[in-house]
Design a protein around this ligand. Structure first.
Ligand code: COA
Length: 308
């Protein structure tokens, strides 16, 4: 089906790197606990959501060779906006000089895949070029003295420049879901800090990633065996390996970046795509399965026929 094609990729992380040993120096934790329980070795911290989004967005525009004024729409997936009003997309639109409209999408860590599906619909409705950015500064809403969350979160951004196609687009199928009865598992009140029931989120996450991935693949007429590259939300390496194992996707077909970035919420999937592209894992013709999950709970999977 027509839709969009990804023409450019970009990513950005703050300069400041915080290792597990840095955290262990001031919290009751250790490199071995964090590595074994989460797969994280380090994370980047700092900046604002708009600064990181501007840097990643600019890189995606340069990568595509498209001037900002030729973009018709900016969609910013974030759960950590700079301010409650206006949308952080307004700051990013202004800084980049994007010619068209701008709005935020908040579906927590599923936000980037939700944004991709929204962009697909808008491309079908006639929007020509869309800059989709996932940008987060989770460390700003985290109590960094609380070891359970401080060791997990990181800051970063990833972006894709999408262009509408007349022929087949990159998005083959998708699955979106939400269960708001679970919103107490992961939330942050106004002016407060993140709360997470880690064990329960873990249990649910594995199930929704597997079920949602299967649903998206089924709609595409594909099976997990057809997936060349699985790019899941990076929340915990054990969630990724458990989901991949249940789907029957071997480890060499999974993109894992959590060791370097921690959990960057809606930035994790586009950051992982940018890393996979620069490491040569993503080549034209690759069948890519994206699967995100997060607060809400929300979940979202998409199957792409990669062309860039
Ligand atoms: N360092 C050292 N010990 C820690 C610790 C830390 N940072 N955090 C917790 N512990 C301790 C606990 O106090 C507990 O000690 P006890 O056995 O003496 O009571 C023990 O380690 C095990 O804690 P538990 O909470 O059972 O660990 P876990 O294996 O469930 O791992 C998470 C915790 C948060 C890493 C894990 O639950 C997780 O990743 N959940 C999903 C998170 C997620 O996906 N979030 C994002 C959604 S978008």
């Amino acid at each position: 089906m027509p839709g969009f094609s990804i023409r450019g990729l970009g990513s950005a992380v703050p300069d400041k790197v915080v290792t597990n040993d840095d955290l262990a120096a001031r919290l009751d934790t250790s490199d071995s606990w964090i590595t074994e329980r989460t797969g994280i070795k380090q994370r980047h911290m700092g900046g604002t959501t708009s600064e990181l989004a501007v840097a990643a967005g600019r890189m995606a525009l340069d990568n595509a060779g498209v001037p900002a004024q030729d973009v018709d729409l900016l969609v910013l997936a974030t759960t950590t906006p700079d301010e409650i009003v206006p949308g952080t997309s307004a700051t990013v639109q202004n800084a980049l000089g994007v010619g068209g409209g701008a709005f935020d999408v908040n579906a927590a860590c599923s936000g980037f895949v939700y944004g991709l599906v929204v962009a697909h619909g808008l491309a079908l409705a006639g929007t020509r070029r869309i800059l989709l950015v996932g940008s987060e500064t989770l460390t700003r809403i985290t109590d960094l003295d609380d070891r359970t969350l401080a060791v997990i979160v990181g800051d970063g951004a990833g972006a894709v420049l999408l262009e509408a196609t007349d022929g087949p687009g990159d998005l083959i199928s998708y699955d979106l879901g939400a269960d708001g009865s679970l919103r107490h598992l992961l939330h942050c009140p106004h002016g407060g800090v993140l709360y997470m029931d880690g064990k329960e989120v873990f249990r649910k996450a594995v199930r929704v990633v597997v079920d949602s991935s299967r649903a998206a693949l089924e709609r595409a007429g594909l099976t997990p065996g057809d997936v060349d590259l699985f790019v899941p939300h990076q929340a915990n390496a054990r969630i990724i390996s458990a989901a991949a194992e249940r789907l029957g996707i071997p480890p060499e077909r999974c993109v894992v970046t959590i060791d370097r970035y921690g959990n960057t919420s809606s930035a994790s999937i586009p950051l992982a795509l940018a890393d996979a592209k620069s490491s040569g894992q993503l080549t034209p013709g690759t069948v890519v399965l994206l699967s995100g999950f997060g607060g809400g709970m929300t979940w979202a999977s998409a199957v792409l026929s990669w062309k860039l």
